[in-house]
Design a protein around this ligand. Structure first.
Ligand code: AP5
Length: 182
């Protein structure tokens, strides 16, 4: 199973990715967590992206595409994966498909967790990551509307988009996802 878990900040991507990773026994790959770990380790990549994350902007397509290609070629990703927060731009979506073609595989479903903006803000306010300050959060929600929501058309057109009500208890969200992909 190869799933994309997409949604706004605080929509529950990480929560659902963890559940689905356990359910299917496949790795959970979070681009946001990977970038935050690089920042915490003060690695060259971390230094390169820390300002971008702190502002709530998207990291460049070039860096993200290279990061994902490298990760998806690790042995544990051979039989499937849950990609949390990737892709976020139409270019990333296209490049992901081109890359998966070279591996003779494809995305099964892009799962979109739908929530009103006020619910996203409420949930993210309860966290304390470097990009959860009010200004960065506002920018992340703007970017979602400008760049990521238009990208959903890419998956909708290919009949691989599954829209899920993210504004319900976590186990109900998981049940709705599993019902939709079976
Ligand atoms: P990323 O880490 O993906 O940040 P995000 O989209 O802001 O998402 P969060 O991790 O904040 O939230 P989540 O949806 O995982 O929700 P969670 O399960 O934690 O990305 C961070 C940054 O990295 C980006 O801004 C960008 O700069 C960069 N980046 C990442 N990917 C990129 C890409 N592809 N291209 C370019 N740049 C990229 O839940 C949140 C809270 O809600 C928790 O407290 C949880 O307990 C609670 N909760 C979850 N589900 C429910 C529920 N059903 N009901 C009630 N509460 C719930």
């Amino acid at each position: 199973m190869r799933l994309l878990i997409l949604g706004g900040p605080g929509s529950g991507k990480g929560t659902q990715s963890q559940k689905l990773s356990e359910h299917f026994g496949i790795p959970w790959i979070s681009t946001g967590d990977t970038l935050r770990a690089e920042i915490a380790a003060d690695s060259p990549l971390g230094q390169q992206v820390s300002e971008t994350l702190a502002k709530g902007e998207l990291v460049s397509d070039k860096l993200m595409i290279a990061l994902i290609k490298e990760r998806l070629q690790q042995p544990d990703a051979a039989k499937g994966w849950i990609l949390d927060g990737y892709p976020r731009t139409a270019f990333q979506a296209e490049e992901l498909d081109f890359f998966l073609d070279t591996l003779n595989t494809q995305v099964n479903y892009a799962i979109w967790l739908e929530l009103p903006a006020h619910a996203l803000i409420e949930r993210s306010e309860n966290r304390a990551a470097i990009d959860d300050n009010p200004e960065a959060l506002r920018r992340r929600i703007e970017t979602l509307a400008e760049t990521t929501i238009p990208m959903l058309e890419y998956y909708d057109y290919r009949q691989r988009l599954l829209r899920i009500d993210g504004n319900q208890p976590p186990d109900d969200v998981k049940r709705e996802i599993l019902g939709g992909i079976s």
